[in-house]
Design a protein. Sequence first.
Length: 451
Amino acid sequence: MTQRPIAAIILAAGKGTRMKSDLHKVLHPIAGQPMLLHLLDSVAALTPERTVVVTGAGREQVEAAVAPIGASTALQAEQKGTGHAVLQAREALDGFAGDVLILYGDVPLVSAATMQRMIDRLRAPDAPAVVVLGFRPDDTAAYGRVIADDSGRILKMVEHKDASPEERAERLCNSGLMAARSDRLFALLDQVGCANAAGEYYLVDIVNIAAEEGLASAVIETAAWEVAGVNSRAELAAVDGYWQADRRSRAMAEGATLIAPETVWFAHDTQIGRDVVIEPNVFFGPGVQIADGATIHAFSHITGATIGAGAEVGPFARLRPGSVLGEKSKVGNFVEMKKTVLGAGAKASHLTYLGDTVVGPGANIGAGTITCNYDGYFKYKTEIGAGAFIGSNSALVAPVSIGAGAIVAAGSVVTRDVTADALALVRPDQTEKPGWAAKFRAIMTARKNKQ
């Protein structure tokens, strides 16, 4: 099989008016990452020589999003159809001689494996002029049709609005994704006209033009969910659902237990070890790593956190960015952590806020403890030594350090450092007035009866 360099053209010039958003359509997130970047990640797996994103309305947003990854852009100033959009990438591909993938920024789930299958088919001995990615949806709706023989050789391509009733009866639909050699692609595009129902330059016409020149094209198929497009908020949610279902299946196949898979929501970069147990209704934002044997209890919300082997989180816990849980540490119900390191075996079992804090191994944080880390202007650090015990309902006013093995008595407000193995007791002495409560009740009852 001939090995040639690869380039990708990604069409992202559409206005996306059905999204009703100031954010460009292709930048709406799937699993916490813009859908365009999902696609570019898959493209990158093929190590393309060049990647070109065709922009239009809202170009500044798209250009800013792709600049850090080195993709070039080309402008489609007027919306004249998909064929016209691909032509705008000609200059960016000047001097390139190889295989070109044509993809869509609002079709984010197509995998690198499927892209590679398209390239492999293009490089097959029969050397098709164009390779089309087809699919068979439950509802063919207004999709263009691919008329092909049993071998996958394309006989005709037709848009739905231009198709006859017989052609519309065909179940094999055109995803719009194609592959072609660069020299042949632009030669065919130069011949595309706009004499059709929409008055646009259809990309699919290159298949019919190639056929007129005696050049055969081929279709390969994939699952409908992989080429699902996003044109509305409802479709965005559906595509996110497809991604989540696939990721949940992969997590379980790799050795994690999901008690109620359909209620667990992953981010695009969530990393999960073996023998991890995830209970129902857990949400992962970006930047989460979970080591082997950890347990994530129900209704926990975790973003930007690293969870060590055998650690336990939740239920009803919130871990914010910068949270690090050591081996066999525990964060319990209604505990919030931010930019905090919890040492191995340390515990914060319930009703606690830990912010900008380092907790040593084996320390125990009692219920109701708060690290007061912010004065309205700056953040300050709290350090809690190994084996320290923080009594319930304590406030640690940062910056402050609690020494190893120290005990902070319940109800204390600690404003100064506590030395190792010391007891910090910061509360007034308890006083008692015998019989005062009974006298108070009698006076107040009499007063109320007079009203």
